[in-house]
Structure formats: structure tokens, C-alpha cells
Design a protein around this ligand. Structure first.
Ligand code: 4NP
Length: 159
């Protein structure tokens, strides 16, 4: 199994959405058992909470069920446990590099690094935003997850 961890701030908007979308896309591809998918946040304020109502609604409108996910804090140990630790924006990348155990500082990567055609580094934070902000974040996350799955497919088939 290939471990994939998505990391944002609160683990209630962007990273749980990416977790749900990536898992659904992998399952659709017949690769559901090839990946261990999870998400976590750099900020403890929402630990234990489900994804935000607007994130749940936006995901549900496109057929993704993320309502059962619960927020947790990212830990240095996650950088050992997961094969791919993906930051939803550059702030999370800095935070992950700062907490990385010795030798693992280069392990975290930007989620959108495998989707260069999008011309984006960051998934914009929709928290406190409008329904449109959540839709835009979901557009970016769907495109990013499709590109990520393409990138990882070859290793998933041999893992
Ligand atoms: P997320 O959105 O990182 O996509 O889950 C946020 C959720 C909560 C906060 C910031 C961003 N917050 O500061 O509480």
C-alpha cells in the first residue's frame, strides 16, 4: 500500500476534501486497495470536528461523501509513516518542513506540484468564504487529485 497524506490548516476544508476525492478517484480506477489515504491539519483548533458544512455540501454535490471524516493534528511521525505527504499550500509546506524529523525535511511536497498545467502553487483557503470559494477549491482539488493519481498510478500497479 502506498500511503498518501493531505495536510492543510484546520483539516476541515481542503485536506479532507482532497482525501475524499483522491480515495473516490482511486476506487473508480480499481486502485482502492493500493492506497492508504488520510488527511491532517497543522492547527489544533478543529481537532475531532467533521469537515465544515460548506465543504461537505460542495463535495456531496459532486458525489463525494466526506461527512464521516474527523479532523486530527499532523505529527512528525506522519512524515515517517506516509510515502507522500502533500501540503495544500506553501504555508503548510513550511510548517511540515519545520516539524520534519532529521533527514525527512525534503519529504513533504506541494499537492499541486504534480499538476503544473494548473499554474498554481496553492489551493486557496475557502474557510469563511462563499459557496463559490468552496466550488473553486473543489475544482482545483479535483484537477490536482486527477494529476496526482496519474503520477502515482504506475507505482500503485506494482506496489
Ligand atoms: P482548511 O481551512 O485548512 O482548508 O481546513 C481552514 C479551517 C480553519 C482555519 C483555517 C483554515 N482556522 O483558522 O480555524
Amino acid at each position: 500500500m502506498i500511503g498518501v497524506l493531505f495536510v492543510c490548516t484546520g483539516n476541515i476544508c481542503r485536506s479532507p476534501t482532497a482525501e475524499g476525492v483522491f480515495r473516490a478517484m482511486a476506487e473508480r480506477d480499481g486502485l482502492g486497495t493500493a492506497f492508504h489515504v488520510d488527511s491532517a491539519g497543522t492547527y489544533e483548533g478543529h481537532v475531532g470536528e467533521p469537515p465544515s458544512r460548506e465543504a461537505v455540501r460542495a463535495a456531496a454535490r459532486r458525489g463525494y461523501d466526506i461527512a464521516g471524516l474527523r479532523a486530527r493534528l499532523v505529527m512528525p511521525e506522519d512524515l515517517r509513516r506516509f510515502d507522500h505527504v502533500l501540503a495544500m499550500d506553501r504555508g503548510h509546506l513550511r510548517a511540515l518542513r519545520g516539524m520534519a524529523p532529521p533527514g525527512l525535511r525534503d519529504k513533504p511536497r506541494l499537492f499541486l506540484a504534480t499538476a503544473p498545467d494548473l499554474g498554481l502553487h496553492d489551493v486557496a483557503d475557502p474557510w469563511y468564504g462563499t459557496v463559490d470559494d468552496y466550488e473553486r477549491a473543489l475544482n482545483t482539488i479535483e484537477a490536482g487529485c486527477a494529476a496526482l493519481l496519474n503520477h502515482l498510478r504506475a507505482s500503485a500497479l506494482t506496489a
